[in-house]
Design a protein. Sequence first.
Length: 335
Amino acid sequence: MATNQQSLLRQWNMLRLVPRAPLSISAGELCERLRALEFPVTKRTVERDLNELSQVFPLSVDYESKPYGWSWLRDASSFDLPGLSLPEALTLTLVEQHLHHHLPPSTVEALQPHFASAKRALSTVDGATRSKAWLNKVRSVPPQQPLVAPRMDADCQRIVYRALMEDRQLRLHYLKRDAVEATLYPAVHPLAIVQRGALVYLVCMFAGYEDVRTIALHRVQQAEALYEPARPKPDFDLDDYIASGQFGVIAGAPVRLHAVFARAAGEHLYETPLDQDQELTVGLDGRLHLRADVPNTRALVWWLLGFGDGVVIEEPAALRAELAGIAQRMAAAYA
């Protein structure tokens, strides 16, 4: 009995280690990973298990590669134990709707098996009719104007992500904005991936340099993962790097914001405060006075501009002057 349990647990972990096509894994690599999980197996045992499991699960093997590579079929359903609950299925449905506005198409495509699992879970709720009704009652609305994600080469994205995961150098052909021909970066040392809105960025170092650079992943036209290990940067902290303003987010030190909102424009701040310690009071004229300590970011400026004449900045003086200048230039542009 114990042997059967051990075999079942080993095969379950094996199924979890096999990637989805077009990625693959060899029996030898699976054997090493299972041993790391303290399963005493041989390569022959792994090969036998794979052949048996392929009779039941949608696994495929590439006999043209050396060594043979195993993978789940690209369009195979995701395999989850336990199955998705109704709240989990509804949450995944909302995530799918939301991600279409924020992630590159190739990334959304990779998640399709999980979204399909959510739809199947909903379809078991008192029949297909109610499933369709559920889906018609769930929507995700972006808080700002959605932008179409730039087209990204799926193979390049996959290679870059894999090199980042394995701490390997990259050789990239990168098309700079307004450039006609791509620039070759022969040795790129990846550090992190950052997504901002619809854009995905690679944070990295170039050969011979210690400073950290940022490149847009959709401008990578060719990518090759090298066998040389990537150069580490022990003092690098991704959160500190983002906070330093490298993505155009931070404009200065935090500020004490005093803004006066029209009632209709500012009422949402009661339920979704700008800061946990914000002060929101009603003036004699019915307008809402907001006082809050907030990061001084470009996002704050864009957020305030979105209210048009529904908000007036009282403090800080520099922010008031900046928005007043923008309003004057806009008025002149429309004159």
